[in-house]
Write a protein that binds this ligand. Structure first.
Ligand code: ATP
Length: 462
């Protein structure tokens, strides 16, 4: 089939051109054009429908993709392969050497109002450490405030380029007082990828919360109390090292929803811890007979076998290392040691019978919470700290490897309410913006749900 050119582009040019190509090719071409047109329409429609910030992110994502090959080569974030494959050695004669092949990591982008999320397929020798090293350069090249790097799944990294810092956007929550559908997760807020962050509470017997004064620890606990208090399947006890009476301090307004309270008095706290340890032992003894399982979480908490949440605020007060030889100091030292032992037992052996101990401290030293307790807490959260050493005291030594996540870099007031925690199922840490929950809301919810308060020991006896 040949195309006979006409001297001028007459009226029959187009039909002649069409006839010159086989019909399937023409249909294929038309389909391709249609798909491209539909895609163009979709992209334009999505762009127009987005809010102003997301539109800026979409433009940003376009330029990130467009300039990626150049930028990755400039930063050395590519794999240079100098060795010819077997096929190439056959084709290339012995004299000439093959040009090295440059493998640019493939990227895909997603946008939101805060910036762009870039998924990167790693190439040999270019992985997490290399991208972390260049995080600041990438942020400069992309005009972002920050780029954080994390492992998404094996072979893939996720880079979060934020133009507007999601952690800086303060949020306030007004809990409505309804019982949560799922007691095994705690909605913490939004992480730095602007994705809802949840904390798994099922099978978690201990949680550490650290941070400087005024950085959001109480607000976090307010959030937890207001979320869980409307459920009859949760009972709360508090040991508060800041006050001597339940009517004082942060927990005064929720006192009606607590089945037990102890103040800073070590003896009083000791009595509470002993009472809870006894409950734990009784539950452990009865669980198989009563529930038919060996782990309460296999069935989930119920009003008859509730999750027992013990909040130990200013926890270092109860475990202080008293030194001195006078009888009073010796007595206090013995109490503090026993307290540490009791709380350790609750955390170490409290998972299956349904206990959760939350230890809060603003003391930035390693001895604030005895290591025997710290080591058995599977979850740790840290608000801003003064130094990396203080961050290590809460989050463990691993935080030294993740400099951009170090809570000691969060001194700016914008970071009040931002907590760092280990990423679940992934390496490294993540920062979460927790919402502010005003004490008035918690007080109202505690009052309205006061009738749900029961001593779990009485339930067990019944
Ligand atoms: N999540 C938050 N978002 C915004 N602002 C917050 C948040 N949490 C707390 N704040 C602000 O910080 C103030 C102090 O918070 P909070 O009482 O929770 O700190 P704290 O860490 O418990 O301090 P302390 O150790 O002295 O009890 C609050 O009154 C509020 O103004």
């Amino acid at each position: 089939m040949s195309l006979t050119p006409s001297p001028t582009l007459g009226a029959d040019f187009l039909p002649a051109l069409i006839r010159a190509f086989p019909a399937p090719l023409l249909y294929g071409l038309a389909a391709l054009l249609l798909v491209m047109f539909a895609r163009g329409l979709f992209v334009a429609g999505r762009y127009i429908a987005s809010d102003r910030d997301t539109r800026t992110s979409r433009r940003q994502a376009f330029w990130i993709r467009r300039r990626w090959a150049r930028l990755s080569k400039a930063l050395g974030l590519v794999t240079v392969d100098r060795h010819p494959t077997l096929g190439q050695t056959v084709v290339i004669d012995g004299q000439r050497r093959r040009e090295p092949a440059i493998h640019v990591p493939k990227i895909a982008t997603k946008c939101d109002r805060y910036g762009v999320r870039i998924t990167v397929r790693t190439t040999p020798g270019v992985g997490l450490a290399e991208f972390q090293r260049h995080a600041e350069h990438l942020a400069e090249a992309w005009n972002c405030t920050r780029v954080s790097v994390a492992v998404d799944r094996p072979g893939y990294l996720v880079l979060r380029a934020v133009r507007t810092e999601p952690l800086a956007a303060k949020r306030t929550t007004a809990p409505d007082g309804s019982a949560p559908a799922d007691l095994s997760v705690w909605d913490l807020g939004l992480d730095e990828y602007a994705v809802p962050a949840v904390l798994r509470m099922a099978e978690v017997p201990g949680m550490l919360v650290g941070g400087l004064p005024g950085k959001g620890k109480s607000s976090l606990i307010n959030g937890l109390l207001s979320q869980l208090a409307p459920s009859g399947a949760v009972q709360f006890a508090v040991a508060d090292g800041k006050v001597y009476k339940a009517e004082e301090g942060d927990y005064a307004d929720v006192a009606e929803r607590l089945f037990a309270f102890a103040g800073a008095n070590l003896e009083e706290a000791n009595t509470l811890f002993k009472r809870l340890v006894q409950l734990r032992r009784d539950r452990a003894e009865q669980i198989r007979r009563t529930l038919g399982v060996t782990n309460m979480w296999h069935l989930g908490p119920t009003p008859k076998w509730p999750l027992v949440v013990l909040v130990v605020d200013e926890a270092h007060t109860f475990f202080r290392d008293f030194r001195g030889s006078d009888p009073e100091t010796k007595r206090l030292a013995a109490l503090a040691q026993e307290n540490a032992r009791l709380v350790e037992e609750l955390v170490k052996m409290g998972r299956a019978p349904g206990f959760l101990v939350i230890l809060i401290t603003q003391k930035p030293t390693g001895d604030a919470i005895p290591t025997a307790i710290r080591d058995v807490c599977p979850v740790a959260l840290s608000f801003a700290q003064r130094s990396t050493e203080a961050a290590v005291a809460t989050l463990g030594d691993n935080i030294r490897k993740w400099k951009d996540m170090d809570p000691s870099t969060m001194q700016h007031p914008d970071f009040v309410g931002v907590a760092v925690m280990a990423r679940e199922g992934h390496e490294g840490f993540i920062r979460v913006r927790t919402p502010y929950v005003a004490p008035a809301y918690v007080a109202r919810i505690a009052k309205a749900t006061a009738h749900l308060t029961t001593d779990p020991a009485h339930l067990l006896a019944a």
